[in-house]
Ligand binder design. Sequence first.
Ligand code: NAP
Length: 285
Amino acid sequence: MSQTARIIDGKAIAAALRAEVALRVRALQASTDRVPGLAVILVGEDSASAAYVRSKTRACQEAGIASRQLTLPETVAQSDLLHRIAELNGDPAIHGILIQLPLPMHLDERAILEAVAPEKDVDGFTFASIGRLVENRAGFVPCTPAGILELLDREKVEIAGKHAVVVGRSEIVGKPVAFLLLHRHATVTLCHSRTADLAAETRRADILVAAAGRPRLITADMVKPGAVVIDVGINRVAGKLIGDVDFEPVARVASVLTPVPGGVGPMTVAMLLKNTLHAFERSLH
Ligand code: NAP
């Protein structure tokens, strides 16, 4: 059987979004003489985290957003880190604050995330942002779930009335994407490691979002013919990045599919820029 799915080019969509942000930043700079500012806090020297931070700061530069990176030692005291966040909260040149996760074990991650001023919470991780998302009020939405909705919208995927199945219930992907789909009037099923019959659930999905972090968990027999399949997973297997979806067989069943890499991944950074731009725009009013 030949491939039927349209493969979403997340890289191209993210590039278009970043270009739109850059244009808006230039226009606002011309009218206000100011630019958005993003502070990224990195604690310790985890190489994967450092690479993520580098790609975020590079993307900021390209979009005309001023980025400031604070690298703190692995052993930083919680009080020192809270003090740094308080300084950034009060800094008028900074509109977004991002704490690169995970944090070292001795730090209270929730207390640190809560220290970020809600109007600068561009990652959408504070309780204030989570509450706004649950109540479907305007606010910051975590970047990966926001990027998934942006992909669906730009690909003109109809959401209202569809059955969406999300595999994974994490705070940063599964739960927020489930709420976003619900607010767009999908009927949502949220699956996790204790779901009794995962395949029976996923086979009912018009829109299937795989965010379990399990390589090739979603096989072709688990996908309804014609479904839209969004693969969030990033798994390194034998030196290669692969998703949670068994790509080639599923591409013969689905109607639309995101690749890994080059699907959801590039959208995350693009949405961070968009959130930072929004934080800046709100600060102007
Ligand atoms: P996580 O915190 O580890 O959560 C994984 C979720 O999947 C959990 O809810 C877990 O269930 C569920 N799960 C695990 N195995 C399962 C199985 N066999 N069947 C059904 N559900 C299962 O992961 P995450 O942070 O949400 O990330 C998920 C994946 O997305 C990872 O591969 C990560 O690297 C990737 N990711 C990508 C981006 C991006 O920019 N593209 C951003 C964030 C994350 P329980 O709750 O029952 O344990």
